[in-house]
Ligand binder design. Structure first.
Ligand SMILES: Cc1cc2nc3c(=O)[nH]c(=O)nc-3n(C[C@H](O)[C@H](O)[C@H](O)COP(=O)(O)OP(=O)(O)OC[C@H]3O[C@@H](n4cnc5c(N)ncnc54)[C@H](O)[C@@H]3O)c2cc1C
Length: 478
């Protein structure tokens, strides 16, 4: 249903005529996020510049019963930032770092600030925001908060919720609240933390207080090359059980290596079955000892070769290879689908065997890059987009991999969220009671369901609905 002209008029009154887009060409951009397989055409896009404008916008949308969704950079990979026929609240104008407090190690930012820009503002003070999604050049802190984003360095430093001290939010009825604050407070529930990872279904974040950590005094980056994937995955467990906690412990397998070398020339040997990138950070003497342990474990695990990056340039090249591996796949395929699951680290070898087996079953090539130290996997499922069955087969293949993760005691998402992509599988992971309580919480804040409908839960389930995973069985929880 088109958005009523009376609502468009009200939106324009709030943000100004030029800050509301309704043209088909402009709306095309907002039909999907990074997951191209789910698309929905919004009714319009608005660009607010302040918390107050966001509050006024959601109020009028709610009154009109029109759905709306907050959007950062649209790099999400689970279809979270799309809104069928509704209003996209695009936060890119709210892109300022408002304050950096080096002495108290925190910064206050607007939600549209990117990870890279924030760190450019803080590194001069010897501080940084630790969560480092591979999309950090373009994704926003607001998006990080909504998805509880991780990244290579979260093995040592933790994910977004470990680095957010407080936030200003707008609830769907337009009420604004300031939650948490720069200093630890132990009064009452940590409401700001509760909201992190709720994928923009409970409130819109309009300001964030982020914790800053000191930039490590020294960094060592190593590359271990393997001719068997199982040796690489066993080395991951070996390094961690040897008592070393690397800042990052990443793995890329053969197909992704091929793509990276065709595109970026990061220096990965193209005949390797897999490579591990192992990064240590901290004091130099400690790191030297840890680097020796890592080298010993990797060699004991049958590494074909082991290198330490000698210069910053070499280090950056290795990271370019890892962080841009997904983009590089475009060199060897027309289309691919990024899966995101988790297994206990001890099951890494098993999940890779399962992934290759599942790929063979569907006749699809799968390249892998993963945050191996955390057990977070990102199989990249290559498919033929000219084949009408291609996308469906890739999604089925992805589903089988996620179910294998669950069988191994893992999760259907490591860091990309559930969105629309995985809402059909969430009842495989949580009981009906668990889901019902989650939905009840969401509905308490989003009673009309106008904010980001249809995400996370099956069929936009509502508490009390019969026949869905959402109902609480009588007596449950007693
Ligand atoms: C190449 C590539 C690499 C990636 N690597 C990683 C990685 O290493 N780790 C990782 O965790 N993710 C990764 N991602 C996924 C994605 O970049 C992250 O989830 C990121 O945090 C999304 O930020 P965004 O600004 O693009 O959010 P969007 O895609 O715009 O939105 C994502 C969700 O957040 C909600 N949202 C956005 N802003 C707000 C707000 N201010 N208030 C309330 N809700 C909001 C939206 O409604 C939507 O549901 C990667 C993606 C790509 C394309």
């Amino acid at each position: 249903m088109p958005i009523p002209p009376s609502l468009i008029k009200k939106l324009r009154r709030i943000v100004g005529r030029k800050q509301v887009e309704t043209g088909p060409a402009e709306l095309l951009v907002y039909e999907s996020d990074g997951l191209r397989l789910h698309t929905a055409r919004p009714g319009c896009v608005v660009y607010p510049a302040s918390t107050d404008e966001v509050s006024q916008l959601v109020k009028v949308c709610c009154q009109a019963g029109v759905p709306f969704v907050a959007r950062g950079a649209g790099t999400g990979l689970s279809g979270g930032a799309i809104c069928d026929g509704g209003v996209i609240i695009q936060l890119s104008r709210m892109n300022r770092v408002l304050a950096v407090h080096p002495d108290d190690r925190y910064a206050v930012v607007q939600p549209g600030v990117t990870n890279e820009y924030l760190n450019l503002q803080t590194r001069g003070h010897g501080l940084e925001f630790a969560p480092d999604p591979s999309s950090g050049v373009s994704c926003t802190i607001g998006g990080n908060v909504a998805e509880d984003a991780g990244g290579p360095h979260t093995l040592k430093y933790g994910v977004t919720h470990n680095h957010v001290l407080g936030q200003t939010v707008v609830f769907p009825d337009g009420e604004t609240a300031t939650l948490g604050g720069p200093f630890p407070v132990s009064t009452g529930p940590s409401f700001s933390t509760f909201l992190i990872g709720t994928e923009g279904t409970i409130a819109i974040t309009t300001e964030i207080i982020v914790r800053l950590v000191p930039v490590a005094p020294a960094v060592v980056t190593m590359l271990a090359i393997y001719s068997k994937v199982a040796d690489a995955t066993d080395a991951v467990s070996g390094i961690l059980t040897a008592g070393v906690l690397p800042a990052a412990l990443e793995m890329i397998d053969h197909l992704c290596i091929q793509a990276v070398e065709a595109h970026l020339k990061a220096g990965f040997p193209t005949d390797a079955a897999a490579v591990l990138i192992i990064e240590l950070d901290g004091e130099e003497t400690l790191m030297k000892r840890e680097a020796e342990i890592v080298a010993r474990v990797c060699r004991g695990q049958g590494t074909a070769a082991f290198y330490t990056a000698e210069t910053d340039e070499e280090r950056l090249r290795l990271w370019q290879g890892r962080k841009h591996a997904a983009g590089a796949l475009g060199k060897i395929t027309q289309a691919f689908y990024t899966n995101d699951g988790v297994v206990p680290r001890s099951r890494l070898t098993d999940i890779f065997q399962a992934i290759y087996r599942i790929g063979d079953k569907y006749g699809l090539r799968i390249g892998n890059m993963c945050h191996a130290g955390d057990g977070v996997i990102h199989p990249q499922i290559l498919f033929d987009s000219d084949d009408p069955q291609g996308p469906g087969r890739a999604m089925d293949c992805s589903r089988d991999i996620l179910l294998a993760c669950l069988e191994m005691g893992g999760s259907i998402t490591g860091e990309h969220g559930v969105g629309v992509e995985k809402r059909g599988y969430i009842d495989q992971m949580y009981s009906a009671v668990d889901l019902a309580h989650m939905i009840r919480l969401r509905d308490g804040f989003n009673p009309g369901g106008c904010l980001n409908p249809g995400k996370i839960f099956p069929n936009n389930a509502k508490d009390g609905e019969t026949g869905s995973a959402a109902s609480i069985p009588p007596g449950a929880g007693e």
